[in-house]
Design a protein around this ligand. Structure first.
Ligand code: ZN
Length: 296
Protein backbone atom coordinates (compact mmCIF):
# COMPACT_ATOMS: atom_id res chain seq x y z
CA UNK A 1 0.00 0.00 0.00
CA UNK A 2 1.33 3.39 -0.90
CA UNK A 3 -0.25 6.71 -0.23
CA UNK A 4 0.71 9.83 -2.10
CA UNK A 5 1.26 12.69 0.32
CA UNK A 6 0.46 16.28 -0.74
CA UNK A 7 3.29 18.60 -1.74
CA UNK A 8 3.01 20.86 1.28
CA UNK A 9 3.27 24.60 1.26
CA UNK A 10 5.74 27.17 2.50
CA UNK A 11 5.34 30.88 2.85
CA UNK A 12 8.34 32.97 1.93
CA UNK A 13 8.63 36.20 3.84
CA UNK A 14 10.86 39.22 3.62
CA UNK A 15 11.15 41.53 6.61
CA UNK A 16 12.81 44.91 6.71
CA UNK A 17 14.24 45.93 10.05
CA UNK A 18 15.46 49.43 10.75
CA UNK A 19 18.28 49.84 13.24
CA UNK A 20 20.25 53.03 13.78
CA UNK A 21 18.95 54.46 10.50
CA UNK A 22 20.06 51.43 8.48
CA UNK A 23 17.68 49.00 6.84
CA UNK A 24 18.28 45.28 7.15
CA UNK A 25 16.56 42.66 5.09
CA UNK A 26 15.58 39.31 6.50
CA UNK A 27 14.22 36.57 4.32
CA UNK A 28 12.88 33.34 5.63
CA UNK A 29 10.40 30.64 5.06
CA UNK A 30 7.52 29.54 7.20
CA UNK A 31 5.95 26.17 6.72
CA UNK A 32 2.19 26.47 6.16
CA UNK A 33 1.35 22.86 5.39
CA UNK A 34 3.84 20.11 6.04
CA UNK A 35 2.54 17.87 3.25
CA UNK A 36 4.90 14.94 2.60
CA UNK A 37 7.34 16.38 5.11
CA UNK A 38 5.02 15.22 7.87
CA UNK A 39 6.42 11.76 7.13
CA UNK A 40 10.00 12.98 6.97
CA UNK A 41 11.63 13.96 10.25
CA UNK A 42 13.17 16.41 10.72
CA UNK A 43 11.23 18.24 8.02
CA UNK A 44 13.61 20.14 5.72
CA UNK A 45 12.68 23.62 4.65
CA UNK A 46 13.59 23.76 1.00
CA UNK A 47 14.04 27.04 -0.74
CA UNK A 48 13.98 26.59 -4.47
CA UNK A 49 15.51 29.95 -5.28
CA UNK A 50 18.60 29.52 -3.24
CA UNK A 51 18.69 25.79 -3.29
CA UNK A 52 19.47 25.51 0.37
CA UNK A 53 17.79 25.62 3.70
CA UNK A 54 16.71 29.09 4.75
CA UNK A 55 16.08 30.26 8.27
CA UNK A 56 12.54 30.23 9.46
CA UNK A 57 10.93 33.47 10.55
CA UNK A 58 9.16 33.42 13.89
CA UNK A 59 5.43 33.67 13.65
CA UNK A 60 3.50 36.52 15.20
CA UNK A 61 5.74 39.44 14.22
CA UNK A 62 3.82 42.63 13.57
CA UNK A 63 4.87 45.63 11.44
CA UNK A 64 6.40 48.38 13.55
CA UNK A 65 7.16 46.06 16.42
CA UNK A 66 10.30 47.03 18.31
CA UNK A 67 12.90 44.32 18.69
CA UNK A 68 16.24 44.36 20.48
CA UNK A 69 19.49 44.06 18.55
CA UNK A 70 21.37 41.31 20.31
CA UNK A 71 24.55 41.13 18.29
CA UNK A 72 25.93 42.85 15.22
CA UNK A 73 28.79 41.72 13.06
CA UNK A 74 30.33 43.18 9.93
CA UNK A 75 31.22 40.60 7.34
CA UNK A 76 33.36 41.22 4.27
CA UNK A 77 31.82 39.51 1.28
CA UNK A 78 32.11 39.88 -2.43
CA UNK A 79 29.08 40.15 -4.67
CA UNK A 80 28.66 37.33 -7.10
CA UNK A 81 28.23 37.99 -10.79
CA UNK A 82 24.91 36.96 -12.23
CA UNK A 83 25.10 33.42 -13.59
CA UNK A 84 25.82 33.02 -17.28
CA UNK A 85 22.85 32.49 -19.52
CA UNK A 86 22.20 29.04 -20.84
CA UNK A 87 19.91 28.16 -23.73
CA UNK A 88 17.22 27.32 -21.20
CA UNK A 89 17.49 30.54 -19.17
CA UNK A 90 17.72 32.68 -22.31
CA UNK A 91 14.60 31.01 -23.73
CA UNK A 92 12.88 31.81 -20.44
CA UNK A 93 13.92 35.47 -20.62
CA UNK A 94 12.77 35.75 -24.22
CA UNK A 95 9.41 34.34 -23.28
CA UNK A 96 9.17 36.75 -20.34
CA UNK A 97 9.86 39.73 -22.63
CA UNK A 98 7.58 38.53 -25.41
CA UNK A 99 10.41 37.96 -27.88
CA UNK A 100 9.68 35.41 -30.57
CA UNK A 101 7.22 32.58 -30.34
CA UNK A 102 7.68 29.07 -28.97
CA UNK A 103 8.39 28.04 -32.56
CA UNK A 104 11.01 30.71 -33.31
CA UNK A 105 12.88 31.34 -30.05
CA UNK A 106 15.39 28.50 -30.33
CA UNK A 107 16.02 29.46 -33.95
CA UNK A 108 16.74 33.08 -32.95
CA UNK A 109 19.46 31.83 -30.58
CA UNK A 110 20.90 29.64 -33.34
CA UNK A 111 21.12 32.69 -35.61
CA UNK A 112 23.01 34.60 -32.90
CA UNK A 113 25.45 31.69 -32.64
CA UNK A 114 25.84 31.27 -36.40
CA UNK A 115 26.52 34.99 -36.89
CA UNK A 116 29.03 34.79 -34.06
CA UNK A 117 27.42 37.40 -31.83
CA UNK A 118 27.25 34.76 -29.14
CA UNK A 119 29.27 31.63 -28.56
CA UNK A 120 28.50 28.52 -26.59
CA UNK A 121 31.04 27.40 -24.02
CA UNK A 122 29.94 24.06 -22.65
CA UNK A 123 26.37 24.87 -21.59
CA UNK A 124 26.66 28.61 -21.12
CA UNK A 125 26.30 31.39 -23.68
CA UNK A 126 28.90 34.15 -23.94
CA UNK A 127 28.84 37.30 -26.04
CA UNK A 128 31.67 37.65 -28.52
CA UNK A 129 33.68 40.79 -29.21
CA UNK A 130 31.70 41.11 -32.43
CA UNK A 131 28.43 40.90 -30.48
CA UNK A 132 29.51 43.53 -27.97
CA UNK A 133 30.71 45.83 -30.76
CA UNK A 134 27.33 45.51 -32.43
CA UNK A 135 25.58 46.48 -29.21
CA UNK A 136 27.89 49.47 -28.94
CA UNK A 137 26.73 50.88 -32.29
CA UNK A 138 23.07 49.86 -32.40
CA UNK A 139 20.72 52.50 -30.93
CA UNK A 140 19.40 51.67 -27.48
CA UNK A 141 15.80 51.64 -28.68
CA UNK A 142 16.57 48.83 -31.11
CA UNK A 143 18.28 46.79 -28.41
CA UNK A 144 15.39 47.00 -26.00
CA UNK A 145 13.11 43.98 -25.81
CA UNK A 146 10.33 46.46 -24.97
CA UNK A 147 10.35 47.65 -28.56
CA UNK A 148 9.60 44.21 -29.98
CA UNK A 149 7.07 43.61 -27.24
CA UNK A 150 5.42 46.92 -28.10
CA UNK A 151 5.29 46.05 -31.81
CA UNK A 152 3.87 42.61 -31.05
CA UNK A 153 1.13 44.24 -28.95
CA UNK A 154 0.25 46.65 -31.76
CA UNK A 155 0.19 43.83 -34.31
CA UNK A 156 -2.19 41.95 -32.06
CA UNK A 157 -4.35 45.08 -31.81
CA UNK A 158 -4.40 45.26 -35.62
CA UNK A 159 -5.32 41.58 -35.83
CA UNK A 160 -8.16 42.26 -33.40
CA UNK A 161 -9.32 45.19 -35.51
CA UNK A 162 -8.53 47.74 -32.80
CA UNK A 163 -5.82 49.53 -34.72
CA UNK A 164 -5.30 50.55 -38.33
CA UNK A 165 -2.44 49.01 -40.30
CA UNK A 166 -1.63 52.38 -41.89
CA UNK A 167 -0.84 54.04 -38.55
CA UNK A 168 1.55 51.25 -37.57
CA UNK A 169 3.27 51.23 -40.96
CA UNK A 170 3.64 55.00 -40.86
CA UNK A 171 5.36 54.78 -37.45
CA UNK A 172 7.65 51.98 -38.66
CA UNK A 173 8.56 53.97 -41.76
CA UNK A 174 9.42 57.03 -39.70
CA UNK A 175 11.46 54.99 -37.23
CA UNK A 176 13.38 53.28 -40.04
CA UNK A 177 14.17 56.64 -41.64
CA UNK A 178 15.50 57.90 -38.32
CA UNK A 179 17.62 54.78 -37.83
CA UNK A 180 19.20 55.04 -41.26
CA UNK A 181 19.93 58.74 -40.71
CA UNK A 182 21.59 57.93 -37.38
CA UNK A 183 23.66 55.15 -38.97
CA UNK A 184 24.78 57.46 -41.78
CA UNK A 185 25.82 60.10 -39.30
CA UNK A 186 28.01 57.68 -37.40
CA UNK A 187 31.74 57.60 -37.86
CA UNK A 188 32.94 54.31 -39.23
CA UNK A 189 33.08 51.55 -36.71
CA UNK A 190 34.88 48.30 -37.20
CA UNK A 191 32.65 45.42 -36.33
CA UNK A 192 35.45 42.91 -36.57
CA UNK A 193 37.72 42.99 -33.54
CA UNK A 194 40.82 44.97 -34.30
CA UNK A 195 43.38 42.31 -33.53
CA UNK A 196 46.44 43.70 -31.88
CA UNK A 197 49.72 42.03 -32.63
CA UNK A 198 51.51 43.69 -29.75
CA UNK A 199 52.61 47.12 -28.67
CA UNK A 200 54.51 49.21 -31.17
CA UNK A 201 58.25 48.58 -30.75
CA UNK A 202 59.10 51.92 -32.33
CA UNK A 203 57.03 54.43 -30.35
CA UNK A 204 56.07 52.17 -27.41
CA UNK A 205 52.69 53.92 -27.25
CA UNK A 206 50.62 52.56 -30.09
CA UNK A 207 49.63 49.02 -30.91
CA UNK A 208 50.36 47.17 -34.12
CA UNK A 209 47.35 46.14 -36.15
CA UNK A 210 46.37 45.27 -39.70
CA UNK A 211 46.54 48.16 -42.17
CA UNK A 212 45.89 48.27 -45.91
CA UNK A 213 49.59 47.70 -46.60
CA UNK A 214 50.34 45.18 -43.93
CA UNK A 215 50.64 45.89 -40.25
CA UNK A 216 51.12 49.38 -38.86
CA UNK A 217 51.16 51.33 -35.63
CA UNK A 218 47.80 52.60 -34.38
CA UNK A 219 49.49 55.99 -33.96
CA UNK A 220 50.19 56.46 -37.64
CA UNK A 221 48.10 59.64 -37.58
CA UNK A 222 50.39 60.99 -34.88
CA UNK A 223 53.33 60.26 -37.13
CA UNK A 224 54.60 56.84 -36.05
CA UNK A 225 55.85 55.25 -39.27
CA UNK A 226 56.14 51.69 -37.97
CA UNK A 227 54.99 49.31 -40.70
CA UNK A 228 55.65 45.70 -41.55
CA UNK A 229 54.76 45.06 -45.18
CA UNK A 230 52.37 42.24 -45.92
CA UNK A 231 54.75 40.79 -48.49
CA UNK A 232 58.44 40.19 -47.91
CA UNK A 233 60.33 39.07 -51.01
CA UNK A 234 57.17 37.77 -52.61
CA UNK A 235 56.07 35.84 -49.53
CA UNK A 236 52.99 36.78 -47.50
CA UNK A 237 53.78 36.91 -43.81
CA UNK A 238 51.39 35.25 -41.39
CA UNK A 239 49.98 36.91 -38.26
CA UNK A 240 52.00 34.63 -35.90
CA UNK A 241 55.18 35.54 -37.80
CA UNK A 242 54.41 39.26 -37.53
CA UNK A 243 53.71 38.84 -33.81
CA UNK A 244 57.19 37.36 -33.39
CA UNK A 245 58.73 40.30 -35.24
CA UNK A 246 56.75 42.89 -33.27
CA UNK A 247 57.93 41.23 -30.05
CA UNK A 248 61.51 41.82 -31.20
CA UNK A 249 62.28 38.15 -31.77
CA UNK A 250 63.52 36.18 -34.74
CA UNK A 251 61.10 33.98 -36.65
CA UNK A 252 61.65 30.33 -37.45
CA UNK A 253 62.99 29.67 -40.91
CA UNK A 254 60.46 30.69 -43.54
CA UNK A 255 60.54 29.08 -46.96
CA UNK A 256 59.32 30.47 -50.24
CA UNK A 257 60.97 33.91 -50.50
CA UNK A 258 61.94 34.88 -54.03
CA UNK A 259 64.93 36.97 -54.94
CA UNK A 260 65.00 39.34 -57.89
CA UNK A 261 66.24 36.60 -60.17
CA UNK A 262 63.16 34.59 -59.27
CA UNK A 263 65.03 32.03 -57.19
CA UNK A 264 63.35 30.90 -54.02
CA UNK A 265 65.15 30.89 -50.73
CA UNK A 266 64.57 30.34 -47.05
CA UNK A 267 65.55 32.65 -44.20
CA UNK A 268 64.66 33.68 -40.71
CA UNK A 269 63.29 37.19 -40.26
CA UNK A 270 64.02 39.76 -37.63
CA UNK A 271 63.32 43.42 -37.09
CA UNK A 272 66.27 45.77 -37.18
CA UNK A 273 65.86 47.86 -34.01
CA UNK A 274 67.45 50.90 -35.64
CA UNK A 275 65.87 51.05 -39.06
CA UNK A 276 62.67 49.19 -38.05
CA UNK A 277 62.93 47.20 -41.25
CA UNK A 278 62.46 43.48 -41.58
CA UNK A 279 65.76 41.78 -42.36
CA UNK A 280 66.74 38.29 -43.41
CA UNK A 281 68.92 36.08 -41.30
CA UNK A 282 70.50 33.18 -43.15
CA UNK A 283 71.26 30.07 -41.17
CA UNK A 284 74.54 29.44 -42.91
CA UNK A 285 76.64 30.74 -45.73
CA UNK A 286 76.28 27.49 -47.65
CA UNK A 287 74.18 27.90 -50.76
CA UNK A 288 70.60 27.41 -49.74
CA UNK A 289 68.49 24.79 -51.35
CA UNK A 290 66.12 26.27 -53.77
CA UNK A 291 62.99 24.52 -54.83
CA UNK A 292 63.38 25.96 -58.25
CA UNK A 293 66.95 24.75 -58.59
CA UNK A 294 67.83 21.91 -60.87
CA UNK A 295 68.22 18.54 -59.26
CA UNK A 296 65.57 18.99 -56.58
ZN1 ZN B 1 54.20 53.34 -33.04
Amino acid sequence: MAALLPAGQDERKTLMTEANGQLFKTTGTRMVHAGWRAAWQPAPVIDEEEGEDTPSIPAGLRPGEAVAVQTAEIMAKATKAAPRLTDASLLGLMEQHGLGTPATRARIIEVLLRRQYVERKKKTLHTTTKGRKLLAVVPASLQSPDMTGHWEARLEAIAAGKEEVSGFMQAIRQYTTELVATAQGQTTTTLAPAATLGSCPQCHQGTVGASPRGWSCSRWKEGCPFTIWRDVAGKKLTVPQVKVLVAGKTTAEIHGFKNRAGKTFAARLTLNPETWRVEFIFESRTPHKSRGAAGV
